[in-house]
Design a protein around this ligand. Structure first.
Ligand code: FMN
Length: 229
């Protein structure tokens, strides 16, 4: 699989089979992903890989919290700006339409949306997951480093025939995650990532993207090859 195939075939998969992910594969992916770039080579990611019994225990505890209507843990970072402006607001609405439309859930059916979102706490059925933390005193450039690292992990998983779903959702139950992982003081949980083989019977809609000229501006004399020849 070349890099373009890895990039275009990666998507947030929300339905996995229970086929186990071999430890060697995870080690291979995470060893290669460590080659990700970071400012001054800080490598600010702290990763925990979860499978088997501890994964099952985390699912159980998270689902118990949902069932008992437990409040979310206080936030350590805001997932989104409080008042999303255009064009992000419209993109977020389009995401909701795509995500829940694929499951046949109407926009106003809040309960059905909540039920679908609750699949986060089951890692969408995945048999493996990772959690990525970052030191509390790191700033935006290091958070960007962590993002690059996670995308590298997700692309390498594609090269292994695996799929993934990044999950910021886990930050709302970060204390429950910490009960299982026991991270050192001073780390902030950024997100979880579900990992496994896709259950191809789970419905999905391919997410859209803004057209290139909405997000990219060419400045200078880069010429199309056809004209340059
Ligand atoms: C940092 C990050 C956090 C995300 N958190 C969640 C999440 O908690 N639950 C979920 O179902 N999807 C989550 N996603 C997946 C996004 O919704 C998805 O990447 C986006 O809609 C684009 O779709 P695609 O990845 O399928 O191309 C997250 C993605 C990123 C990059």
């Amino acid at each position: 699989m070349d890099v373009y195939q890895a990039v275009t075939s990666r998507r947030a998969v929300r339905g996995f089979t229970d086929q186990p992910v071999p430890r060697e594969v995870l080690e291979r992916v995470l060893t290669a992903a460590a080659r990700s770039p970071s400012g001054s080579n800080l490598q600010p990611w702290h990763v925990y890989v979860l499978t088997g019994e501890p994964l099952a225990e985390l699912k159980k505890r998270a689902l118990q919290r949902v069932a008992s209507g437990d409040a979310w843990d206080e936030r350590e970072y805001e997932m989104y700006p409080a008042d999303l402006k255009s064009p992000y607001r419209e993109r977020r609405s389009a995401f909701g339409r795509e995500r829940y439309g694929a499951l046949g859930i109407a926009r106003e059916d809040w309960e059905a949306r909540q039920r679908a979102a609750a699949a986060n706490w089951d890692f969408f059925g995945a048999p493996a997951a990772l959690f990525c933390y970052i030191d509390r005193d790191m700033g935006p450039p290091q958070w960007a480093d962590v993002g690059m690292y996670l995308q590298t992990v997700m692309l390498l998983l594609r090269a292994e025939g695996l799929h993934s779903c990044p999950q910021m959702a886990w930050s709302v139950y970060r204390k429950t995650v910490a009960e299982i992982l026991h991270p050192p003081e001073g780390l902030v949980l950024f997100c979880g990532v579900s990992i496994g083989f896709e259950d191809v019977t789970t419905g999905h809609t391919r997410s859209g993207r803004a057209p290139l000229d909405e997000t990219v501006t060419f400045v200078g004399d880069a010429v199309r090859q056809a004209h340059a020849a």
